[in-house]
Design a protein around this ligand. Structure first.
Ligand code: BGC
Length: 448
């Protein structure tokens, strides 16, 4: 039986208040990659050539990213902060629209910028973990139909080749596409991000093209980076737990199984076996995608209780309201997301069946009260430790996020950072949770 159990909300509140504990010492494997993550559009500022920028300017969201954290200019200062907190690794993303602002036009200065960023990390002994795509695209790409078109795969591959050749053996850990299914859901099912589609046929095309693009990027990294460097490639896959809301209901169970199939297992199967399949649709064979995962970049935030009710949703069943179903009431984050270290543990154990090392590329929370953030982090780290004890090959953990940043449609209100950003002055301040996490990074152990 797992020892990771979610605790009742009341207990969590009192624990957070006394910011607590102090009895068990959990040791992590030697060389564990402790760090934090960011993405270009959320921190860099002035990403004027990408489709999210255009989406913001067109007024589809209430908040514009603007200067964000101005990290494009302040990355050295931010990496110094990470070092002062004992981090050993740092995840960031390359902004395609800076590299190729117009089709076929390569911006050498921007390319050099990312080479410098990687050098700055290396100079500080921070292992770079590089994402090639994190939700944004050049405007010209989206204007041509973007990921809906099959040409997207080659266009993406050209950019990948360009940047991988420039960065070369300086980077070992690569992430091809960040959260492909979240991207598809937000941008092509819910219509909440560019190009604002709400179309199942388009969403299905995009899934196929993202898988093929991942496979192409995998092949390019292995072709370009010398084998001695042992390049490691993965997608960053968010693997939430989907549970039936009413466990007795065969309909809820069926829909939560289907949701998991669409969101989680079909993608994982595609990049391991080269076949994408969901019930009711023809299998899509993509042999080039088989075995294109050297490690798993795992993102985890939450668990979802799925309910089957009218109007029936084919994509992802309704998330039930946790409060109205009293039997599920657990702790929630400032985003209203269910907090469940137990689900994280379950996800890791499930992922460990892929038989590749697991690097947590995102796990984090927005909580109004920072002491609750530390409570969240420590319990999720406990889940990592527990899974590792039971055989999961855990190699690192990147907290999301290093800095408070631009949280897409929610603007700057949700603050996920362990470092607070004053958006007026661009001053940074390490939060108490950041200091506590630093203790773990520095000692390689968690005291709870
Ligand atoms: C995304 C991040 C985002 C975070 C918190 C992840 O799904 O990769 O871009 O900020 O969730 O919402």
């Amino acid at each position: 039986m797992p020892q990771i159990e979610d605790r009742p909300v009341t207990q969590m509140k009192s624990q957070a208040a006394s910011a607590v504990q102090g009895t068990r010492q959990l040791d992590f494997p030697k060389g564990f990659l402790w760090g934090a993550a960011t993405s270009s559009h959320q921190v860099e500022g002035d990403n004027i050539y990408n489709d999210w920028w255009a989406w913001e300017q067109a007024g589809h969201v209430n908040f514009s990213s603007g200067k964000a954290c101005d990290q494009y200019n302040r990355y050295e200062q931010d990496f110094d902060l990470a070092v002062s907190m004992g981090h050993k690794a740092h995840r960031f993303s390359i902004e395609w629209s800076r590299i190729e602002p117009r089709q076929g036009e390569w911006n050498e200065e921007a390319i050099q910028h990312y080479v410098d960023v990687v050098e700055a990390l290396r100079a500080r002994n921070l292992e770079p973990i590089v994402s090639l795509h994190h939700f944004t695209n050049p405007q010209w790409f989206t204007a041509q139909g973007g990921w809906i078109k099959s040409s997207s795969v080659d266009l993406f591959a050209k950019y990948v080749r360009k940047i991988v050749e420039a960065i070369g053996p300086r980077v070992r850990f690569w992430l091809t596409i960040n959260e492909p299914m979240v991207y598809v859901q937000t941008h092509f099912v819910d219509g909440g991000g560019p190009p604002g589609k709400q179309s199942l046929p388009d969403a299905l095309k995009v899934i196929e093209h993202l898988i093929r693009a991942h496979a192409a990027a995998y092949a390019i990294v292995h072709e370009v980076i010398p084998a001695e460097v042992k390049p490691m490639v993965s997608a960053a896959k968010n693997i939430p737990v989907f549970e039936a809301c009413r466990k007795w209901s065969p309909l809820d169970r069926g829909v939560s199984w289907l949701t998991d199939r669409i969101f989680n297992s079909s993608f994982l199967e595609a990049i391991t076996e080269g076949v994408w399949w969901v019930p009711g649709l023809p299998k899509v064979r993509m042999p080039e995608a088989s075995n294109t995962i050297d490690y798993l970049g795992l993102n985890f935030y939450s668990r979802h209780f799925i309910e089957c009710r009218w109007p029936f949703k084919v994509w992802i069943g309704h998330n039930c309201d946790l409060v109205s179903h009293g039997h599920h009431v657990t702790e929630k984050s400032g985003m209203g997301w269910d907090v469940s270290p137990k689900a994280f543990y379950q996800t890791i154990m499930r992922a460990s069946k892929l038989k590749v090392p697991i690097l947590v590329t995102e796990n984090g929370t927005y909580m109004e009260d920072d002491s609750r953030r530390w409570s969240f982090i420590s319990r999720h780290l406990e889940a990592v430790w527990q899974a590792q004890q039971e055989g999961a090959d855990m190699i690192g953990f990147c907290y999301w996020s290093l800095l408070d940043n631009y949280e897409w449609i929610h603007g700057f209100k949700p603050r996920f950072g362990i470092v607070e950003v004053d958006y007026k002055t661009q001053e940074r301040r390490i939060k108490d949770s950041g200091h506590r996490y630093a203790q773990v990074c520095k000692t390689n152990q968690l005291i709870i």
